[in-house]
Design a protein around this ligand. Structure first.
Ligand code: G3I
Ligand code: 9MR
Ligand code: ZN
Length: 763
């Protein structure tokens, strides 16, 4: 803060934008202008403040800029600027406003606002050119509409501004205060100039009208799989901070409330301190209760009356869930129209079908239409897509004898061909188009930036193909080889024809990799801000590629490559980043390898089972009531990690030709479906308590979540501004929030659904 006598300011004609959020505004995430929610009363108190008031009640930390942390700046569409602290003021240096209002946006996140409360917003500001900027307090995500917006006319003289307004919308625990300093309504663009702010204050003026917000209530303190169990499954619940001294509990019929059976706590049941969830937990095993009926819908009732969510027992408990998780992939299809019959509310016109341009050569335009939209965004990425397609193919390969999945409710359902294969084919046919001349595979095709909350066909910015990478290329080889093998074994002519093409493509890319051992990693090219999927190592991908291609072709020349890549650090993972686990599986299910190279086989076998057994130990450890393979680290997309662990255990059972790890696998499914510290069944539309507001553009646009989507889940890395605000004091294992702004906990993705599909196909 600079001590100065501020000049007198009279705000005479304050215009408050009351325009709604039109479709045009939704195009760019940070763009939307004011909504009709806040009525601004302009405070025309022209009192200059010589000494600022005591600032204890300021909701903005260091609004006087006495520290050394400037606000952050976001630039878009030609805008360019930076921030610094200069002489106790926030200095914004702008070299180009760009051509949209939010071309340069300086922002502050980290406060909260309550419905019905009146606020006063004040600050001092000046600019080296006479111009208008837009002061906004807005929702920080979705359509970014403003709770309060006002033009701020700046001159070279430091003036103070003050506004008061009432928060008319629902309380927001994580809004954004910002100044949009791009091109304003009068279409004026500016080049080099500087803007200064000081004494930024937001204070509660009148809280008497505040509306109490409904707390997000837990369904109950008993956590269990909210979908249910098949007869014979291991069944267990966690009593989290409730009834932990219970000696008995009841199972009641959920509909009639009638007691089915009263049970004593099994011997050895005891409570433990669960530091990561900040709870005292008691794991209760009710698996082998012979009195338990084979069919029905039930609840657990603890001694103190606490009730669990409902769960079913029955042979078909997962059928509907499996169908919807596969249908989700169909609804993610790009480059095609989704009709009313199959898409219902989420039907849409053909999207993303224009040719895409190579990032490094604008003269080259390619047809790379097709594939799935990756997640809540509409990008299409090879490494994540390969993982998703592989899971479907492996689920088919492993469980086809148990059931054919041909009733998902997509156009090709009921044709006698497994829907998992057809859905995977949709992605693989797109991936073929991503193969470049020399065999290297392009990493992704996206627009330069993420779009606003629009349906897919409304994302019409130019499509850009990013650089090739060796991880993408090796993934391509692996999944094409796998598909070729499986498709060849079907009776379907179109799949058989595809098998030939896939194998040819796999060999071409492998040829490149075999000759070029150097890793070519991937990072975002400058100016592209969509998903990065950065990866700088490719030995795990190469292991998978060589093992899968060898399993399909029997070409012994590949053994040396398998052996070469089979070092311990490359043997784990089933994700877009680490995928050595797939390589192990391809190698260890291959009798040819065992025979031709027993040492290599043993090396991989030992390495793989070391990982599996360590994971099983953690899952089963006494102080780990939720039975997952992790303690204090929940990364972005942890639900994928947990589903992947489930796959790993099932694969270990298959490799060892036993059911040795099936219970551990089921425990991962239980976590995803409700036996976790958040009490959420993490799949939209399923369970007693499930995500309602996923970060998924079609769901956000339609204001109703597509059913059957697994959200990312707990993430104590707090990787988005919303959860940074709201979850900062939350224990690790509970860092999840069902709000669409929180893309780092509540987004969905095709490759998060796919390992869940694998688990459900196995169940
Ligand atoms: O590799 C480290 C690991 O060593 C460490 O133990 C762990 C602990 O946090 O972090 C690991 O890195 C994480 C990495 O994912 C791998 O799991 C990063 O912290 C984390 O930020 C990173 O998140 C990824 C995110 O993009 C940001 O890059 C997610 O996995 C990935 O699923 C997500 O993908 C996005 C796409 O970019 C765009 N489309 C939507 C999609 C889903 O959100
Ligand atoms: O929608 C985007 C999501 O798919 C990504 O996983 C995420 C991280 O890259 O980013 C989301 O987009 C947000 C962007 O990163 C920052 N501005 C807000 C965007 C949407 O809320
Ligand atoms: Zn599309």
């Amino acid at each position: 803060m600079k001590k100065r006598l501020l000049s007198l300011l009279i705000i005479s004609s304050m215009i408050v934008s009351l325009s709604g959020c039109g479709a045009e505004e939704e195009k760019n995430p940070e763009a939307a202008s004011g909504s009709a929610v806040s009525e601004a009363a302009v405070d025309v108190t022209p009192e200059p403040t010589e000494e600022p008031a005591e600032d204890d009640d300021n909701l903005i930390e260091d609004g006087t800029f006495d520290g050394d942390k400037p606000w952050d700046v976001y630039t878009f569409s030609g805008g360019s600027g930076s921030t610094s602290i200069e002489d106790g003021e926030l200095h914004v240096s702008i070299s180009d406003t760009g051509d949209v209002e939010h071309g340069v946006q300086v922002y502050y996140d980290g406060f909260s606002m309550n419905e019905g409360t009146e606020y006063e917003w004040s600050f001092d500001a000046r600019s080296t050119v006479d111009r208008t900027v837009s002061g906004r307090i807005q929702i920080n995500g979705g359509d970014y509409h403003a709770y309060f917006v006002t033009p701020v006319e700046l001159t070279s003289e430091m003036k103070s501004y003050s506004f008061s307004f009432k928060m008319e919308e629902a309380s927001d625990p994580a809004p954004r205060m910002c100044f949009n300093m791009g091109m304003q309504d009068d279409n004026k663009q500016f080049k080099d100039h500087d803007i200064y702010f000081d004494n930024i204050r937001l204070v509660v003026k009148d809280a008497s009208g505040a509306v109490a917000s409904a707390a997000d209530e837990d369904v109950s303190g008993i956590r269990l799989n909210q979908i249910g169990y098949k007869p014979g499954d291991e069944m267990n619940a966690v009593f989290a901070d409730v009834a932990i001294d219970s000696k008995s509990y009841k199972i009641v019929d959920a509909k009639t409330g009638k007691e089915v059976v009263e049970l004593q706590m099994p011997d050895g049941t005891h409570s433990v301190t669960n530091a990561n969830a900040d709870e005292t937990d008691m794991a209760v095993d009710f698996s082998f209760v012979s009195q338990m009926p084979k069919k029905g819908t039930f609840k657990i009732v603890a001694e103190d009356g606490t009730e669990s969510p409902e769960f079913k027992i029955g042979k078909n408990v997962y059928d509907d869930l499996l169908k919807k998780t596969v249908k989700m992939l169909y609804l993610q299809r790009c480059g095609t129209a989704i009709d009313k019959k199959h898409g219902g509310k989420y039907s849409h016109k053909k999207c993303h079908s224009k040719k895409a341009t190579l990032y490094w050569d604008e003269d080259v335009k390619l047809d790379v239409s097709g594939g799935w939209h990756d997640a809540g965004d509409y990008g299409r990425y090879v490494v994540s897509g390969a993982k998703a397609a592989a899971d479907l193919l492996l689920a088919y390969e492993s469980y086809k004898d148990k059931k054919i999945i041909d009733n998902v409710g997509v156009p090709n359902s009921g044709d006698g061909v497994d829907d998992l294969l057809q859905e995977a084919k949709y992605e693989l046919d797109w991936m073929l188009k991503m193969q470049s001349e020399n065999g290297l595979v392009y990493s992704k095709v996206t627009c330069a930036n993420f779009p606003g909350t629009v349906m897919p066909e409304k994302e019409t910015e130019p499509l850009i193909i990013s650089y090739t990478s060796t991880p993408a290329t090796a993934d391509f080889v692996a999944v094409m080889s796998l598909a070729a093998r499986l498709f060849k074994g079907t009776k379907n002519a179109s799949l058989k024809a595809a098998a030939g093409k896939y194998l040819k493509a796999a060999k071409k890319s492998w040829k490149y990799l075999a000759k070029n051992k150097k890793v070519k990693g991937h990072t975002n090219p400058e100016g592209i801000s969509t998903g990065e999927y950065p990866d700088t190592k490719d030995r795990d991908e190469r292991l998978w590629a060589a093992a899968e291609l060898y399993r399909t072709t029997g070409d012994k020349a590949l053994i040396a490559f398998v052996d070469d890549c089979a070092a311990e650090m490359n043997l784990s993972g089933y994700g877009w980043l680490d995928c050595g686990g797939y390589g192990c599986y391809a190698a260890l299910m291959n009798k040819k390898l065992k025979k031709a190279a027993p040492d290599t086989y043993k090396k991989i076998y030992d390495g793989f089972f070391k990982i599996v057994d360590e994971a099983a130990k953690t899952v089963n450890s006494d102080d780990n009531p939720y039975g997952v393979n992790r303690t204090d680290t929940y990364e972005w997309g942890s639900n994928m990690g947990i589903a992947n662990d489930g796959m790993m255990f099932l694969m270990a059972s298959r490799i060892s030709d036993s059911m040795a790890y099936d219970n551990e696998a089921h425990s991962q499914l239980d976590y995803l479906l409700g036996k976790n510290p958040t009490g959420y069944c993490f799949v939209t539309g399923f369970g007693t308590k499930s995500p309602k507001s996923p970060h998924h553009r079609p769901s956000q646009y339609k204001e109703k979540a597509v059913p059957g989507m697994l959200v990312g889940g707990v993430n104590n890395g707090l990787d988005d501004p919303y959860c940074q605000n709201v979850l900062k004091d939350t224990p690790a294992a509970k860092c999840y929030v069902d709000v669409d702004q929180s893309y780092s906990t509540n987004e969905v993705a095709v490759y998060w659904n796919s390992p869940l599909i694998y688990l459900l196909a196995a169940s």
